[in-house]
Design a protein around this ligand. Structure first.
Ligand code: HAM
Length: 419
């Protein structure tokens, strides 16, 4: 009996006709990262669970509800990465990179996994382009990371994406803020969801980004962190705002942004699509994360990550992917001697780094021409036994250029010269 096996809920397949769009975005990510001096790092899809419990924070939704955690055959607790920041810090600690050249700048393009309720723009496996910067407390670093994300979105033609920023202070300013939040939420604690009731003592800020509608409603009237910032955090935020203005990057201060991960200090930000309301990218500063994971080292960090599925979607909706240009050569072959001649010429074209295809389906000449058109071949050469005998061929330019005559031996060079 045949079993129908489908992709797991909340995952996506990328089909041959779509992968170009993904590559377009990934190429832009690499190009823009390179312009800012960020180099790629790669790390495992799974890590020990403790890394995320300590890094992302054990009172966050991500850790409490959304992680893919399992025991491996060696009875270790393993988790599929729900994001890249904790892993990136682990990489730097494990390889001693914080002892090298600073600032340290790294980017990554990764899959990430969160057991969330699948809906528009929210998946259980998704992909991120992220960048991280280590070793500096300067607000100019916050500007650089935001400018990198902003430049990436502009590179994709997404000029209208809104930037919202906030400061959530440092552990010093949080003390007073936590006390104020506790007081506020305690008066309505029996209305909070069960998870948030548990957060009230341990981490009341987490209640501010709970997805439950009642918690959201209560949180809307909560005290704002911006009113509790210490002088240093205030100054940091003011300098960042001035620097963003200087860079011509418009932003909106949204005092309600707290972000869903525990490691943030001071600056947090999100780039939001005004049409769907979805965050396309988010990030911030995390000056305590390295110490949290290492136990002793104090290294400032900050960064962002953009969601690739959301970007692909928004760009499709806005028709921002450039039309694919005709490329490569199709060799239509008909006849006993023509078929091997076409394969030989295809190999020669490929050795010159050109895309070349010929018939593998024993199709009629008409059907081969149709195929050549569908795959978007730029040039087509019809090779019959006559052409093999005379050695002369005509190259048809499917992009509307004049056809031209050449020989089987010179065809590859003649075409290479025109591309
Ligand atoms: P995040 O806000 O959790 O931050 O995720 C960053 C982006 O990933 C979001 O803005 C969104 O576009 C995308 N994303 C998140 N969850 C999903 C999902 N379930 N389905 C589809 N897309 C999703 C982080 O992950 C931080 N590590 C960013 C960062 C880097 N902060 C500092 N450095």
């Amino acid at each position: 009996m045949a079993i129908e096996i489908k992709a797991p809920r909340g995952t996506n397949d990328v089909l041959p006709g779509e992968s170009r769009q993904w590559q377009y975005i990934e190429d832009a990510a690499r190009r823009v990262s390179d312009r800012f001096g960020y180099r790629e790092i790669r790390f495992p899809t799974f890590e020990s669970t403790e890394l995320f419990e300590r890094g992302v924070g054990d009172t966050t939704d991500v850790v409490q509800k959304e992680m893919y955690t399992f025991r491996d055959k060696g009875d270790r607790s393993i988790t599929l990465r729900p994001e890249g920041t904790a892993s990136a810090v682990r990489v730097c600690l494990e390889h001693g990179l914080f002892g090298g050249l600073l600032p340290l700048k790294a980017y990554y393009i990764i899959s990430a996994f969160r057991y969330e309720k699948p809906q528009a723009g929210r998946f259980r496996e998704f992909h991120q382009f992220g960048a991280e910067l280590y070793g500096t407390a300067s607000p100019q670093a916050d500007r650089e990371v935001i400018e990198l994300a902003w430049s990436f979105l502009r590179e994709l033609g997404l000029n209208e994406i809104g930037l919202n920023i906030n400061s959530i202070g440092c552990p010093e300013c949080r003390k007073n803020y936590h006390a104020a939040l506790k007081e506020y939420f305690s008066s309505r604690s029996d209305e909070l969801c069960e998870t948030c009731r548990g957060r009230l003592d341990r981490n009341p800020m987490r209640i501010l980004d709970c997805k439950s509608p009642i918690c959201k409603e209560i949180a809307a009237g909560a005290p704002l962190i911006l009113d509790y910032l210490c002088d240093d955090c205030k100054e940091h935020f003011e300098t960042l705002k001035a620097s963003l203005t200087d860079a011509g990057i418009s932003f909106n201060v949204d005092p309600h942004i707290v972000r869903g991960l525990d490691y943030y200090t001071r600056t947090v930000f999100e780039f939001t699509d005004p049409v769907s309301g979805l965050a396309l990218a988010g990030g911030g500063r995390y000056d305590g994360l390295v110490t949290e994971l290492d136990g002793k080292m104090q290294v400032c960090g900050l960064g962002f990550a953009a969601g690739l599925e959301r970007l692909v979607n928004v760009m499709r909706e806005r028709n921002l992917f450039p039309e694919e240009k005709r490329a490569g050569v199709y060799l239509a072959a008909m006849g006993k001697n023509a078929v091997p001649a076409a394969h030989r010429l295809a190999s020669e074209l490929r050795s010159k780094d050109l895309r070349a295809e010929t018939d593998l389906m024993d199709r009629s000449l008409k059907a081969q021409m149709k195929y050549a058109d569908k795959i978007g071949a730029r040039f087509v050469i019809v090779i019959g036994d006559n052409e093999v005998e005379s050695g002369n061929v005509t190259v048809k330019d499917m992009a509307g250029g004049e056809p031209f005559a050449t020989t089987l031996t010179e065809a590859a060079d003649a075409i290479a010269a025109r591309l």
